[in-house]
Design a protein around this ligand. Structure first.
Ligand SMILES: Nc1ncnc2c1ncn2[C@@H]1O[C@H](COP(=O)(O)OP(=O)(O)O)[C@@H](O)[C@H]1O
Ligand SMILES: [Mg+2]
Length: 255
């Protein structure tokens, strides 16, 4: 069977908000030099959902986020946000529309305090008087209450990831993209990260999360898309994806 032609749209047609998705990628190709990072990717995200993205290394997951955020432009194809074509919109304008991302590599300033790390993104939208209260709200959202004056480098790896999540929540985005948020985390930190994501989602943020950790994805209980060779390979509930023999085969490298 042609692996790349195999797509299950298991529960997509019945998802409540997919008739008008908040975010839609239509037949996106992205070529870097000779490398096809995305090869006809089409995918829709419903407003208010947590959506997990899985796939072997090199499947195009991080490139998918870069073209959603606008830090990379597709070679061909379209990106729609609330029905509006944003394909040519630069990243800072997409941020203003409500998109935010925490990329794969952590970006906290190790020698600054937690407060100072958050101050940097917040100062563009909030007055100096408003910032302490906003910092407190963000830290509570990521289980770092009361850590304002700690240096970022004194935080555990997991706590630094949560600080990076708080920084990407600074403008209260409608959609948050998280690229491998639990990489390198302990089991406890991973569990707590799932709780943080559920909590942010309960407060109305649509969240797309790229992950490898199967226990974590099971915990989130989210609709899951599998990318393979730069396109959608399978989609369904976590249980459907976990039970899929072909999905297992792409991880073993036999498809
Ligand atoms: N800036 C780039 N220049 C050249 N090749 C790239 C670049 N970014 C990604 N790629 C290639 O595109 C493919 C997909 O990469 P990526 O999206 O990072 O995959 P994933 O996140 O699923 O591991 C890989 O083969 C990678 O080497
Ligand atoms: Mg990646």
């Amino acid at each position: 069977m042609n692996a790349q032609a195999r797509i299950h749209m298991v529960d997509a047609p019945t998802h409540p908000s997919l008739s008008s998705p908040i975010l839609e990628v239509r037949d996106v190709h992205k070529v870097f030099g000779g490398v096809r990072a995305l090869n006809g990717l089409s995918l829709s995200i419903a407003e208010g959902e947590v959506h997990c993205v899985l796939g072997p290394n090199g499947a195009g997951k991080s490139t998918f986020f870069k073209i959603l955020m606008g830090t990379e432009r597709p070679t061909t194809g379209k990106i729609l946000y609330k029905g509006r074509d944003v394909t040519d919109l630069p990243a800072f304008k997409r941020a203003r529309l409500g998109l935010s991302v925490k990329f794969q590599n952590i970006r906290v300033f190790a020698d600054l305090t937690v407060f100072q790390n958050l101050f940097i993104p917040l100062r563009r939208h909030y007055s100096a008087r408003q910032i302490p209260e906003r910092v407190a709200v963000l830290l509570a959202q990521v289980s770092l209450d009361g850590s304002e004056h700690r240096l970022a480098r004194e935080l555990s790896h997991g706590q630094q990831q949560w600080l990076a999540i708080a920084m990407s929540m600074a403008f209260d985005p409608e959609i948050l993209l998280l690229d491998e948020p639990t990489a390198g985390m302990s089991v406890e930190e991973t569990d707590k990260t799932a709780a943080i994501i559920r909590q942010l989602n309960a407060q109305k943020t649509t969240i797309i999360v790229i992950e490898h950790d199967m226990g974590f994805i099971r915990d989130l209980c989210a609709r899951t898309s599998v990318l393979h060779y730069g396109k959608l390979f399978a989609q369904g509930s976590f249980d459907e994806i976990a039970a899929d023999a072909d999905v297992r085969r792409i991880y073993l490298g036999t498809l």
